[in-house]
Design a protein around this ligand. Structure first.
Ligand code: NAD
Ligand code: ZN
Length: 371
């Protein structure tokens, strides 16, 4: 990969994966300069932007204009917003359109949207003609801090979420935090849950920074947002470059997700968004850590306070169906040889894996979420 563009008005970092390394650009109001980056990294003569019906009308035109300015031919495919687009039928219809556009292997697919569009477009890019260039332009906070980096792509199957997929790294990640201005507040919270996750597992200084600046972050103060995205990317990049295909270390990114995933999949009274379920999963995982005396109550309180400051739930006002939740957890693809592996903090900024919590302990941690 050529190095970082000189004099480009953004902060950058490189995700180091040898020949598959790629740059991550984070800035404010940089979408209009995307074409320059596209050409600099030699990403083809044609680009297909895949976006969703919420994001495309708000943000696609800037991207299209900047590509047109650099003589790149552009097409847009717009899918319905939401998880239902991560499926076989949408995939088939996208492949059909790519043939109509004569997309070639050296051309690019650009994901402009949240994690749904990123996962879907990434899987299309990984598989169409055995792989075309892929660029992530994340527009939700969750996509900026988490899903756009690391190369996990895929779609859902009726038998399980994200069950059909591939590891396929983008050639470039280009995040413009100005687009967060149109993101619904509840979606912002989801990205903040992943942010708290990153801070707790890897970075105590970042955690203190979030505590101090929670209010201004919620108000989307621009320098704070670009800095927040970059710091998240640094943490995730370091983990991914040490363990790209999740043989070990990358599993720490599942902190809060073991119980969190089940709260998303099993029908409960509330329909939790991913980040909300993760916030609850973090609180429950911490309960398990407390019980083993891996962390103290003071750390648990601080984590709960930060999640609360970001308007995330830390308890539920319903009786959770713990038997069903436990069963769902056992079906998860990450359960190895019947053991449920938890990521638990050992302090704020560090964590470990524990896979021998008993069924009773796990159910008790879930029950403790009911206020
Ligand atoms: N690949 C990975 O490593 C990874 C990691 C975490 C999550 N994911 C996946 O990501 C998905 C969740 O991502 P998400 O939370 O971004 O969901 P999403 O893509 O559905 O986006 C959330 C909502 O926000 C809207 N939106 C996005 N950006 C906007 C903007 N700037 N202005 C206005 N509206 C905007 C979208 O249209 C959508 O309605 C899930 O499918 C999950 O499996 C993948
Ligand atoms: Zn997540």
């Amino acid at each position: 990969m050529p190095g970082i563009m000189p004099d480009f008005p953004a902060q950058t970092l490189t995700l180091d994966l040898g020949p598959r390394s790629y740059p991550i650009y984070v800035g404010t109001d940089i979408l209009g300069k995307f074409g320059t980056a596209f050409c600099y990294y030699n990403l083809g003569r044609q680009a297909v932007i895949i976006s969703d019906e919420n994001v495309a009308p708000l943000h696609a035109s800037k991207l299209v204009r900047s590509l047109a300015d650099t003589d790149i031919k552009t097409h847009i495919i717009t899918v319905a917003a939401g998880e239902s687009s991560k499926g076989m039928q949408v995939l088939q219809s996208i492949y059909d359109q790519l043939f109509d556009f004569n997309l070639e292997r050296r051309d690019s697919i650009i994901a402009l949207g949240g994690g749904v569009v990123g996962d879907l477009a990434g899987f299309v890019a990984a598989t169409f003609k055995r792989g075309v260039n892929f660029v992530q332009v994340p527009t939700s906070l969750l996509a900026m801090v988490d899903s756009s980096i690391g190369g996990k792509t895929g779609i859902n199957h009726p038998r399980g979420k994200n069950m059909i997929g591939a590891f396929y790294q983008p050639r470039l990640v280009f995040a413009d935090t100005a687009v967060l201005g149109t993101l619904p507040a509840r979606q912002l919270g989801c990205g903040l849950a992943e942010t708290v996750k990153h801070a707790v597992i890897r970075d105590a200084n970042f955690f203190s920074h979030l505590q101090k600046n929670a209010k201004n972050i919620l108000n989307l103060q621009q320098e704070l947002m670009a800095d927040l995205v970059l710091r998240n990317c640094r943490i995730k990049s370091a983990v991914v470059s040490a363990d790209e295909q999740e043989a070990g270390l990358r599993g720490i990114l599942n902190y809060g997700h073991t119980i969190g995933h089940t709260l998303e999949t099993v029908k409960t009274v509330h329909d939790y968004h991913h980040g909300e379920a993760v916030a609850l999963g973090i609180v429950a995982a911490n309960k398990l850590a407390l019980q083993r005396k891996l962390i103290d109550t003071d750390s648990q309180q601080k984590i709960i306070q930060l999640l609360t400051a970001f308007n995330l739930p830390t308890s539920v006002n319903e009786k959770l169906p713990v038997d069903k939740l436990y069963h769902a957890m056992q079906q998860d693809k990450k359960v190895q040889t019947g053991k449920i592996k938890f990521v638990v903090p050992t302090s704020i900024g560090d964590c470990t894996f524990v896979d021998d919590f008993t069924e009773d302990q796990i159910k008790a941690a879930m029950k403790s979420l009911s206020a």
